[in-house]
Every structure is written in C-alpha cells, then in structure tokens.
Design a protein around this ligand. Structure first.
Ligand code: PEP
Length: 234
C-alpha cells in the first residue's frame, strides 16, 4: 500500500487568530519534518491563509481553505473565489462539509464531499451525496479531488465509526466511482474518513484497504495530536 496515496487534512474550523495559526503550523512543520511520503494539508480560516502560506513556503505541507464561491468575481458581497484561493497559496478547498449544510443551508449541488447518517439510510444517503457532488467532473478532475466520508454523528462527538463501518462505506464509494469512471480511476481517488479521528484510533481506521487518510477536526487544533495521527501511516 502506497504511503503517497494517504492524505491528512486538518480542518481548523472557526478557530485560531493569525498569530495562533502561524504558530500552530510552525510547530507542525517541526513535528512532521521526517514525514516525506504522506500528504499533509491544513485548512485555516480565511483570515489565516496568507500568514500560514508564508509560514509554509518552501515546505511540503499544503494549504486548503474551508469554503469557496464558484464565481470568479463580481457583486457577491462576502464571498471568495477559487482564483483568489489559488492566489493566496491554496491547493485545496473543503466543499460540502456537514456544518455548511447544517448552519448555512448548503445542499448537494455544490458539494463534492459527502456526509452520511448513522442509521439504515447510510447507503442511500452516501450514494445521493456522491452522485450529486461529482456530477460533471471529468476523470482528471475526480482523481485530483479528495472525497471525505464523515458520518454526521461522528463529527466532534468523540464517537468514531468503527474501522469496519468506515471500510464498508468507503468500498461503496469506490464502487460507485468505478461504475461512473473505471476501476483504474476509482483506485486513484483518495477517500478520507472523518469523524473523531484521534491518535489512538487513527491506525485501525487507516489500516482499512479503502481508507486513504483522514479529515481531522478537533485533533488538528494542536500540532502534537495532528502530527501523531499523520505519523501512524508510514
Ligand atoms: C470535521 O469536522 O471534519 C471533523 C472530522 O471533526 P472532528 O475530527 O472533530 O470529529
């Protein structure tokens, strides 16, 4: 299993001043200096992006924003465009997080990530989110997209999915991608698990064949715990 296929994103959510963000990422760089193969990404709030980009310059840790608007420019007060995120140094943006859906009425139309529910509906909800989230994406676009499966009941609750539960849904997502694109394309897409990932449960989740890393919330707000998670892989 290839280390470079593993990707870890730290979703800082609504936390960290500019100074705190720069300090966190500087500590993280030191702690993961010996990690070379695994992809590591941090997602600060918009106001922290510029300072974190400067702190990361020349290093391997990559930058993500937590949201984006799809237009390039225009009369859209309060929004930020994909080009602007690129301009500030972002390689990624988190789209369709369940907190955007819960508090800001976002729907599937602009969502490439997917979320699910605990009870029997999982299969149907996941299928719906995946299919709606990736509509119109080419094979090239899907292979540079990271899909995160995050059961809503596991986000910020301390109750992670079991490795078997995660594997079952990840395999379902991979088979959908395989049907839509091809088995080869599906194998190249990174599918992260998210929901209460911590240093003590990360290894068992990552060990599953279709789990290609993690989207980490709470445990990414401290450099030590995020570094420990990243280091369970290779
Ligand atoms: C998240 O919000 O993406 C997340 C996984 O949060 P936590 O790790 O705190 O459950």
């Amino acid at each position: 299993r290839r280390c470079e296929h593993q990707s870890f994103v730290g979703n800082w959510k609504l936390n960290k001043t500019v100074r705190e963000a720069a300090a966190l990422v500087t500590s993280l760089q030191t702690l993961v200096a010996d990690v070379t193969d695994v992809e590591i990404v941090v997602a600060p709030v918009f106001t922290g992006l510029s300072a974190v980009a400067q702190a990361l310059a020349g290093g391997d840790i990559r930058l993500a924003a937590q949201d984006v608007f799809w237009e390039d420019s225009g009369a859209f007060t309060g929004e930020v465009s994909p080009g602007m995120l690129k301009d500030v140094g972002c390689d990624y943006v988190i789209i369709g997080h369940s907190e955007r859906r819960q508090y800001f009425s976002e729907t599937n139309e602009n969502a490439k990530a997917l979320r699910s529910e605990r009870t029997g509906k999982t299969g149907a909800v996941v299928k719906d989110h995946v299919l709606n989230g990736i509509v119109g994406l080419s094979a090239d676009q899907i292979t540079s997209t990271v899909i995160a499966y995050e059961p809503v009941w596991a986000i910020g609750t301390g109750h992670n999915a079991t490795p078997d539960q995660a594997q079952e849904v990840h395999a379902l997502i991979r088979s959908l991608l395989s049907e839509i694109y091809s088995p080869d394309v599906a194998s190249q897409v990174r599918i992260q698990y998210g929901g209460s990932v911590k240093p003590d449960n990360a290894a068992a989740l990552i060990a599953q064949p279709d789990v290609d890393g993690a989207l980490v919330g709470t445990a990414s707000w401290e450099a030590e715990s995020f570094a420990q998670i990243v280091k369970v892989v290779c």
